[in-house]
Design a protein around this ligand. Structure first.
Ligand code: GLN
Length: 366
């Protein structure tokens, strides 16, 4: 099936910068906010992470596709990124566990990509200029026409996307006789979060993004609540902030990851903001200020909680801080059984330093 034409393709950034490369994936046109991930492995986990919905991903590892695609290594049922920008797009692979090539995968799922881009130059450009929208095309090479199309793409700032990736039906995960029951508010949940729950004797029931606290409470009688990761701008999700407030008012155990962390902050009156450039990679150092230790963490976020507001809050305390830029990486709510982290303790792929947070959540439910 592999049909890798290497026809010419264009990448245009919203600031007018043009890169020329080769067509990969589906021949077509795609748009989204451009971002980069510095992880050296785990490209498939990145492609299928629902938090990346609506984003064009630049991979900084020079080789992508070289260990193939395995059906086991997905974080959701499909590719979630809007497009891929890479240097070497390797359609050949030799790993025994792989099921198909990267080209077959992107083609099957109709995702347009561009290869043979100087990703070091591109990433330096985005790093200096900040997050912006972009368009990739292997069917339209006229830059003026691409500019017109790109101008119509909405900004990520203010965009609600969780309802587009959340499950439409409830489903369960794990052993139904397990001692702990967690209601998962699915804003774009990664599968590895559910695996981490079931590994710890937690039975999870996953609910659509707009399910109310009352519905979950009646339907499942959960021991605790989990607010998931997900795409888009947390400040555009008042429905989820209300749900979090209700969980807090009822004093139920609550754990939030990434988008879930931002929503816990919002529910406590702490605003969020769009970052100049997000944190996306596998080696971000974070200090746990309670335990006084450092964790190497997996990250993927383009928004953050406003630091000064967290520091001034009398409702929450800081548990984790980023050692690169001092941004807030974790909070817990005073006098409640609720905590959250901005990074990804389920970390698929690794590192596994922060998995203890799932144990902490189980302890809170005991
Ligand atoms: N991984 C996530 O949950 C991302 C949260 C949010 N969409 C952000 O970009 O900051």
């Amino acid at each position: 099936m592999t049909n890798y034409t290497k026809l010419p393709a264009v990448l245009l950034l919203a600031d007018g910068t043009v890169f020329h490369g080769k067509a990969a994936g589906k021949i077509g046109t795609t748009t989204g906010e451009i971002c980069y991930n510095t992880g050296m492995t785990g490209y498939q986990e990145i492609f299928t992470d629902p938090s990346y919905f609506g984003q064009i991903m630049v991979t900084t590892n020079a080789h992508i596709g070289n260990y193939g695609i395995s059906k086991e290594e997905t974080e959701s049922s499909k590719i979630q990124i809007a497009g891929l920008v890479c240097k070497n797009y390797n359609i050949a692979y030799s790993r025994k566990q792989a099921d198909e090539s990267i080209q077959d995968y992107f083609q099957e799922q109709n995702i347009t990509c561009i290869s043979d881009i100087d990703t070091r130059q591109l990433v330096r450009h985005i790093r200096d200029k900040g997050a912006m929208n972009a368009i990739i095309s292997s069917e339209i090479l006229d830059v003026e026409e691409l500019k017109r199309r790109l101008a119509a793409v909405p900004s990520m700032d203010g965009l609600e996307l969780s309802s587009q990736v959340s499950t439409t039906e409830t489903y369960t995960f794990g052993n139904e006789n397990a001692p702990y029951r967690v209601a998962v508010l699915d804003l774009g949940v990664k599968k590895n979060i559910l695996r981490n729950f079931s590994d710890r004797d937690v039975y999870a029931k996953v609910y659509p993004a707009k399910t109310s606290f009352e519905e979950m409470e009646k339907d499942f009688q959960p021991t605790g609540y989990f607010i998931s990761n997900g795409p888009g701008d947390p400040s555009a999700m008042p429905y989820a902030v209300d749900t979090v407030k209700e969980i807090l008012d009822a004093d139920k155990p609550l754990f939030g990851i990434c988008l879930g962390h931002q929503l816990l902050a919002l529910a406590n009156g702490i605003p969020t903001k769009k970052m100049f450039n997000g944190h996306r990679g596998l080696n971000h150092p974070v200090k746990n200020v309670i335990k006084d230790h450092c964790e190497v963490t997996s990250q993927n976020h383009g928004f953050g909680v406003v630091q000064d507001a967290v520091r001034a809050s009398d409702k929450v305390e800081i548990t984790h801080v980023n050692l690169n830029d001092q941004s807030i990486e974790g909070i817990r709510v005073k006098d409640k059984k609720a905590f959250s982290v901005q990074y990804h303790p389920e970390s698929s792929p690794g590192p596994h330093d922060s998995r203890y947070l799932f144990d902490d959540f189980v302890d809170l439910m005991k």
